[in-house]
Design a protein around this ligand. Structure first.
Ligand code: NA7
Length: 473
């Protein structure tokens, strides 16, 4: 993935527009000049007309609140900041967390380590990922249909993964046929595929959800030979979190060197200098402790920074009851600031969501820069890059345009997101998707659940209506 990103940056000549090793440390909206003043970790300040943030939806690492966490003497890693060159060979490794990251890490390292213990709070449902070499036929198919595939991803699907989501109800087919459909999806692989290409009601109807979860539970029982390990790995909740997939997760527990500790049976009492002590008095001695404990998702990277809008108000102040926005991109009282993947953006595959936000933010700025007339040409943003470094201005004397989402628009959008998510079983299952993984965090809607194409349709309607919900001066 890193090689791919580097390739894209080279191919599109992006390096000249990127300043590395520089963190945003604060930003303030200046009302008299209608500019953002931006501070960075290197001491370089910027003054800009627009502030576009892409601080990361899943980026601020979450460390669990476990006693003694700082006392561990071995190596300690969070999966969200994995250093290059970690060697786990022949080591005793403990891992806390078995979400999509934990499942992948366990699968990847089990064969190399001396001993692996998964400290597992809630067992999860995972299906095969179906990953493998890409055939020439598949590659040709992608290359020949590239434009259409992207069009379908963005404008004809809910989750934007290039799969064919179905509306077929679970109980519209016989039990035998249902089994066959699940089995075919299991063989093909893919978490979202299993949840959304088999039947259309798994995430909204509890009885349908049970059918899918029972199928997966049977697979777990068939795969894991040790009945005690299998018992611990069997999920007890609804199948209603981010659907996981793996390249042989459950199989790893058939290895002698791999074990699972159920934290429901024996909670962690504390982390000690030597390892992890559980409530049964066992001290699990470890050389390495891995935290696959996820992220303070969506707003976590925004609220830890002082991003100050009108009157010095921070986003944290604005979001005391949970993160909100208009369309996932704009917050009232934070003029000319636009978020890529802000709260209440679409719940879907992330790259097309990012592209959608880049497109809509660019269009909105272009519209405002042209004084509200769509036809005129837009100056290239990159042509101004050098002129605003170190407190200079972007050269333009005008204070306009100033683009603000209205408070009513934000309120309406939040209500829409809330209503759309109300019927989802995801809402009844604790996870980062509704902020439930972070102690003290408001448990509120943080995504637009009607899907990517419905979201893009909303955006088109907003634009066609003269960017309804935005005040542009
Ligand atoms: P997730 O999905 O938030 O998973 C975090 C895991 O860490 C999950 O198994 C949690 O258990 C576990 N966890 C968190 N805190 C604790 C404590 N205190 N004790 C024990 N276990 C704990 O993060 P991921 O990195 O796997 O994935 C995040 C997203 O990134 C993913 O959805 C993809 O979209 C990409 P729990 O289930 O809450 O009991």
């Amino acid at each position: 993935m890193l090689a791919y990103l580097q390739h894209v940056a080279r191919r599109h000549d992006l390096y000249k527009d990127i300043i590395f090793e520089t963190a945003l440390t604060g930003a303030q909206w200046n009302e008299s000049s209608s500019r953002w003043t931006i501070q960075t970790s290197t001491g370089t300040n910027f003054t800009t007309r627009y502030l576009i943030t892409s601080l990361g939806l899943l980026s601020k690492q979450n460390f669990p609140d476990i006693a003694g966490i700082d006392t561990f003497q071995g190596e300690k890693y969070h999966t969200g900041a994995w250093p290059v060159g970690v060697d786990l060979k022949e080591k005793r490794v403990g891992i806390i967390g078995n979400g999509s990251t934990g499942v992948q890490v366990i699968t990847a390292i089990a064969k190399d380590v001396k001993r692996l213990v998964s400290f597992q709070r809630n067992p999860q449902y995972s299906v095969p990922s179906g990953q493998g070499p890409v055939s020439k036929e598949y590659r040709d198919h992608i290359n020949e249909n590239y434009q259409q595939i992207w069009k379908d991803v963005k404008d004809n699907s809910a989750f934007g993964f290039g799969l064919k989501e179905t509306s077929r109800p679970t109980f519209s087919v016989s039990p035998e046929e249902r089994e066959e459909i699940f089995e075919a999806a299991w063989k093909k692989g893919g978490g979202f595929r299993f949840m959304f290409e088999t039947f259309g009601d798994i995430s909204v109807d509890e009885a349908a959800n049970n059918e899918a979860s029972n199928f997966i539970k049977n697979k777990i029982k068939q795969t894991v030979r040790d009945p005690e390990k299998a018992r611990k790995l069997l999920p007890t909740q609804l199948y209603a979190r981010r659907p996981l997939c793996d390249a042989g997760y459950y199989e790893q527990f058939n290895r002698e060197n791999v074990d699972v500790v159920s934290l429901h049976d024996t909670p962690i009492e504390r982390i000690t200098p030597k390892g992890v002590r559980t409530s049964d008095g066992v001290e699990h001695e470890l050389d390495v402790l891995i935290f696959a404990t996820g992220f303070d998702a969506v707003d976590g990277n925004y609220t830890r920074l002082a991003i100050q809008g009108i009157g010095g108000k921070t986003l944290k102040d604005h979001w005391t009851h949970g993160p909100t926005s208009y369309l996932g991109i704009s917050v009232p009282e934070f003029p000319n600031m636009f978020m890529i993947l802000g709260p209440n953006g679409p719940f879907c595959n992330i790259p097309p969501a990012i592209e959608t936000h880049v497109e809509v933010i660019s269009d909105l700025i272009a519209f405002a820069e042209q004084g509200g007339q769509r036809e005129k040409a837009v100056p290239s943003a990159s042509s101004r890059h050098d002129s605003f470094v170190n407190g200079g201005t972007d050269g333009a004397s005008t204070q306009k345009p100033v683009i603000k989402a209205t408070a009513e628009a934000e309120e309406r959008w939040t209500k829409v997101c809330d209503e759309v998510s109300a019927s989802s079983l995801f809402r009844r299952t604790d996870s980062w998707i509704f902020g439930a993984n972070i102690k003290g965090k408001a448990n509120v809607v943080m995504f637009y659940f009607a899907g990517l194409s419905a979201y893009r349709k909303e955006l088109r309607e907003v634009a066609a209506d003269g960017w309804k919900g935005f005040a542009i001066e």
